[in-house]
Design a protein around this ligand. Sequence first.
Ligand code: C2E
Ligand code: MG
Ligand code: MG
Length: 335
Amino acid sequence: MEPASVMIDNLCQKLLHSLCQPYHFENLEHFSTLSIGATLFRGKEESIDELFKQADLAMYQAKAAGRNTFRFFDPAMQIRVTEHATLARDIRQGIQQNTFFLVFQPQISHQGQVSGAEILLRWQHPERGIVSPVEFIPVAEETGLILPIGHWVLEQACLQLAEWETDPRRRHLELAVNISPKQFQQTDFVSQILTTIELTQCNPHRLKLEITESMLLDDIDDTIKKMDLLKAKGISFSLDDFGTGYSSLSYLKRLPLDQLKIDKSFVSDMTHDKHHADIAKTIVSLARSLDLAVIAEGVETEEQRNMLEGFGCFSYQGFLFSHPLTLEAFTRQFL
Ligand code: C2E
Ligand code: MG
Ligand code: MG
């Protein structure tokens, strides 16, 4: 006899094949797709509930793999789901216990002057130490926890700007804040920002919001409306990770942006990969023709900086100038 896994495999193939055949309903041709999840007993005594849970997880995996396919449950899947749930729980606790903090990475203008900083989130996890935002932001997004976190970041940025505003040597400094799509999509996003500015008494002309291409595609008219309202108060917009998404030129032209931010992946490869250098160069000329400013992120070497300068990009951010720093270190070293 064939092993159970092979039999299930054959059965699923048959089901997929038969149920995907077109059919007619009310004179119209219809198609269905299906996603199947399967799990094996392997002789262990598992409860029905547990087996259903496993098959269910496998089915979501099949959906995530593009649908119209099937997946077996694998224990690694369960580990990932558990880790995800633990992380979400820890983020929730982190918010309550104030274990998030902010770092500042200087943005450098042509003459080597500091024009401001990008403010970046860090998380001091009680057991794991510092956790990268690359790891926790996606979970915070999925669970909606990015909303209170993002609001706090914005508030801190505005408070900092308000403090600098009182110092003639610092009041020119700008702060760039990353805004996640979930935040931007809130219906009261504009009023939240304006209220924070009002309460903190900061100068909106020093606040730059970094948005990404993915959030622009959703509802372009709504996006433009929100951006226009904020721009009318002096807030500026930078398009982060530019070049990695898929915004069309006609979208770009319609958006009231101020700056394009060349993604670090192009910068890191451009000195040894002509293709990436060409992309960086094209972004710079695109910015120029759209009348936008341009900044490069992830600048690590003099060679990269010089190349960017040659392309006409005169604003930079990256380890060549500084890693992200605590406010104390940033103030000490750059202000
Ligand atoms: P991002 O906005 O594109 O930020 C730039 C990232 O590049 C930062 O990573 C920064 O530390 C890193 N970086 C800067 N210079 C260099 C360099 O020269 N070389 C290399 N290899 N990397 C460099 P970080 O701080 O880990 O942040 C990662 C991402 O997490 C950010 O990408 C942003 O998308 C997200 N993020 C961080 N803080 C926030 C926040 O407050 N809110 C939201 N929504 N997202 C945030
Ligand atoms: Mg950014
Ligand atoms: Mg970026």
